[in-house]
Design a protein around this ligand. Structure first.
Ligand SMILES: Nc1nc2c(ncn2[C@@H]2O[C@H](COP(=O)(O)OP(=O)(O)OP(=O)(O)O)[C@@H](O)[C@H]2O)c(=O)[nH]1
Ligand SMILES: [Mg+2]
Length: 420
């Protein structure tokens, strides 16, 4: 790794629009994946009847992903440009795996939205953009992909750009923070080099746009918060929780606490990229080992923090939410699943306290009987199982969530206050 600044970049968009292919292409063009590996993937893809997936296979490592030709879980890859060291989080587009996309987007500073030129805005384009905005993505680069399938036509490009602009306005994403580029991930147009196929386009190519992203906000000076993604048992080491440091520093010798499991101990080792390190900072994906902690003591969804400033566990919390889609109306007592950092917990909306005017943010109604699609509201929420979550004003990284029910994202929101 160089001394460049770091960016976590999520790749989002509808299923099959070419996200994994774009990541594979970027890694190839920046020299992170050698040509012979792409050749091997090409042979494997053709054997599986999935010709054309050679770049996507760079990211899709699971056997099931390769057989089906879809991304299921988020995958991380590193690559560097002149300006940044990037950690790319390739998100699945398929609607069954939106919960994994939420984890991916909540780890990212900025995002590339991939929209296939021959398909335009599709359901998960909309869902991902909404979530990206609510989960705190700052800037969006919009790659209008598969330009080769529409003969690199400017008119088609403009049509899809205006569809996406309408969508951004709808979810109140500032269009000044979005840039559009016509690309073909598969053919390599406007990724690392200006393409001859789009003479009508003279804006930035993708690598330029990535270099010109604003540096991420400096991490808050909040205490350590490290949501646990998985817990492994590794011979010779023992129990190894893994996850991403969201805020603060994790150092060997620290006394830490896992909440809501409510266990703790001293950090013995911290490992990053298979190497032992003395400490880890915000953005680092780590595995670590804590004295006295066994595999069954902690689980995915726990948050690790300092023993003297442990993660909050909510009895109830108040939150501001925006309802994206619900077939009928939401009333008191509704109990969908909340996805916050790596946790998924059923929570009851105990009361709907205020309905807000989404454009002005002013209170439109106190204690409304119900809310529905498009409404913004302040609600009081009671988790059905212990949930560690923080006020967004104190630790924004641990203060946002998505609400899912019936296989779709119903709403997303931010925590206003926590009642422990
Ligand atoms: N012609 C053409 N095909 C493309 C392009 N980009 C991707 N594809 C094809 O589109 C299909 C899907 O590509 P993926 O990269 O797996 O799409 P994805 O967005 O990662 O899909 P999920 O992860 O399952 O949501 C593959 O057959 C790719 O070869 C492109 O620029 N042009
Ligand atoms: Mg994919």
């Amino acid at each position: 790794m160089s001394d460049e600044q770091h960016q976590n970049l999520a790749i989002i968009g509808h299923v099959d629009h070419g996200k994994s292919t774009l990541v594979g292409r970027l890694l190839y063009e920046t020299g992170s994946v050698p040509e012979h590996v792409i050749e091997q993937h090409k042979e494997e893809a053709e054997e599986k009847g999935k010709g054309g997936f050679e770049f996507a296979y760079v990211m899709d490592n699971l056997a099931e992903e390769r057989e089906r030709g879809v991304t299921i879980d988020i995958a991380h890859q590193e690559f560097s440009t002149d300006a940044y060291d990037f950690t790319i989080v390739d998100c699945p587009g398929h609607r069954d795996f939106v919960k994994n996309m939420i984890t991916g987007a909540s780890q990212a500073d900025n995002a590339v939205l991939v929209v296939a030129a021959d398909d335009g805005v599709a359901p998960q384009t909309q869902e991902h953009v909404f979530l990206a905005r609510t989960l705190g993505i700052d800037e969006l680069i919009v790659g209008i992909n598969k330009m080769d399938l529409v003969d690199y036509e400017e008119a088609k490009y403009k049509e899809v750009v205006s569809e996406v602009e309408d969508l951004l306005k709808q979810v109140q994403f500032n269009t000044d923070d979005a840039g559009f580029i016509p690309i073909s991930a598969f053919e390599g147009d406007n990724i690392a080099e200006e393409s001859d196929n789009t003479p009508w386009y003279d804006g930035e190519i993708l690598l330029e746009a990535l270099n010109n992203l604003e540096p991420p906000e400096p991490p808050t000076d909040a205490p350590l918060r490290l949501p646990i993604q998985d817990v492994y048992t590794i011979s010779g080491i023992g129990t190894v929780p893994v996850g991403r440091v969201e805020t603060g520093i994790l150092s060997t010798g620290d006394n830490v606490s896992f909440q809501p499991s409510d266990v703790g101990g001293e950090v013995k080792t911290v490992e990053m990229h298979h190497e032992e390190v003395p400490k880890a900072e915000p953005g680092d994906n780590v595995g670590f080992n804590v004295r006295g902690i066994g595999k069954d003591d902690i689980r995915r969804g726990d948050v690790c923090g300092p023993a003297d400033d442990p993660p909050s566990v909510a009895e109830t919390f108040q939150a501001q939410i925006v309802v994206m889609q619900h077939p009928s109306v939401i009333t008191d007592g509704y109990t969908p699943v909340f996805h916050a950092h790596t946790a998924q917990v059923a929570c009851t909306i105990e009361s709907i306290d205020k309905k807000m005017d989404p454009s002005s943010g002013e209170v439109a109604e106190e204690n409304p009987d119900f809310i529905q699609s498009g409404d913004a509201a302040v609600v009081t929420v009671r988790p059905q199982k212990p949930l560690s979550i923080e006020p967004s004003s104190e630790i924004p990284e641990l203060g946002s969530f998505a609400i899912r029910d019936m296989g779709q994202t119903i709403a997303a929101g931010k925590v206003l206050s926590v009642n422990e």
